[in-house]
Design a protein around this ligand. Structure first.
Ligand code: RIB
Ligand code: CA
Length: 336
């Protein structure tokens, strides 16, 4: 059995929570640590939510949580550019995917003293280049770590990222950006151009691989704690999607559980049925497309000097995935 040394980077969040449950349950994953970051909520809440998930399934002695960056690199400096960040319930009417606190008991678990950025640097520099990072929130922690200690880039085996959207979007004024990239576009660009092996799982795919209500019910009916928690989060998402997100063509009584798809794809690459090696950049101009990822499938680029050069294919972009396989892996992990 191939074993993966994994660091998770999360902005927990109901879909992050399902990804964490799956990662903790998978025998193939040696979960070295979990880094929290500002995103779905402020970092105090995403850290607390992460600890709640760990505690709920009795993993508090095993799984260490490192609190990460409280704000994006620069996009909140201009107050008009990201006026809602950091997110809090005051901007919502209670009917959205996450809530401030996950619907789990309070926890007395605390994050480690070391911050997430120092944890990345220390752990990666001491490693043998065999650590995979699964990053399913804004990429601030990784970008700061890469700027502080660029040598970590050559120490990372792979970064699996939930982010970007080709035709789909869920953030920004035109809803053309994907949230994780939109929330910190400069950080996303730093990671995209890092030279690391990158696998990108975009919204286009997560929107087509939703988990059904009857599948969530089966998780709960299994009687496991992880099954109960995953079902609770997915049911909340399904309720919300049916109220507000029908324009995303996700299907009735179904919800995207974006971040969890990364864990399934890490464990079984055949979940990703079409992957294209291509060029990806971020728009961080502050204009209409601020936070939108720009993808080129062309074999060449042409700079302002007019000379054609081979395009740098910096990402493996997942274009299609096997929904049934994804749901089956989730079922297996949260019901055991
Ligand atoms: O766009 C979806 C992503 O944004 C998910 O990772 C979700 O948890 C939020 O962070
Ligand atoms: Ca997330």
């Amino acid at each position: 059995m191939e074993k993966y040394k994994v660091i998770l980077d999360v902005d927990t969040g109901t879909d992050d929570a399902v990804a964490i449950l799956m990662a903790m349950a998978a025998e193939e994953i040696d979960l070295l640590g979990i880094c929290s970051v500002n995103g779905n909520r402020n970092v105090e809440l995403t850290t607390d939510n992460t600890l709640r998930v760990v505690d709920f399934v009795g993993k508090g002695d095993e799984v260490k949580v490192y609190k990460g960056c409280a704000l994006p690199l620069v996009c909140t400096l201009n107050k008009d550019r990201r006026p809602l960040i950091p997110y809090g319930d005051k901007y919502f009417d209670g009917q959205e995917n996450h809530g401030n606190h996950l619907d789990l008991p309070e926890t007395s678990l605390q994050p480690q003293d070391k911050c997430a950025v120092s944890y990345y640097i220390d752990t990666l520099m001491a490693s043998e280049g065999d650590i995979t990072i699964v990053a399913v929130g804004p990429l601030t922690n990784l970008a700061v770590a890469m700027r502080a200690e660029p040598r970590i880039c050559s120490k990372i085996k792979e970064i699996m990222i939930m982010g970007a959207g080709l035709e789909e979007g869920n953030s920004g004024p035109l809803q053309r950006a994907e949230f994780n990239f939109w929330a910190d576009p400069e950080a996303a660009e730093i990671v995209l151009q890092s030279g690391c092996k990158l696998t990108i799982v975009p919204l286009d795919v997560t929107h087509k691989t939703g988990i059904k209500l009857k599948e969530a019910q089966a998780f709960e009916d299994s009687g496991t704690k992880a099954g109960y928690a995953a079902a609770t989060f997915i049911k909340r998402r399904i309720k919300n999607y049916s109220n507000f997100q029908h324009n995303w063509h996700i299907g009735e009584e179904t919800a995207a559980v974006h971040d969890a798809l990364c864990i399934a794809g890490l464990l079984d690459r055949s979940v990703f049925t079409k992957v294209v090696n291509c060029n990806m950049h971020m728009d961080y101009s502050g204009g209409t497309a601020d936070g939108v990822s720009v993808v080129s499938f062309k074999p060449v680029t042409r700079d302002l000097d007019g000379i054609f050069r081979p395009a740098v294919k910096n990402v493996d972009l997942v274009m299609e995935a096997d929904r049934e396989k994804f749901a089956a892996i989730m079922h297996e992990l949260v019901t055991k």
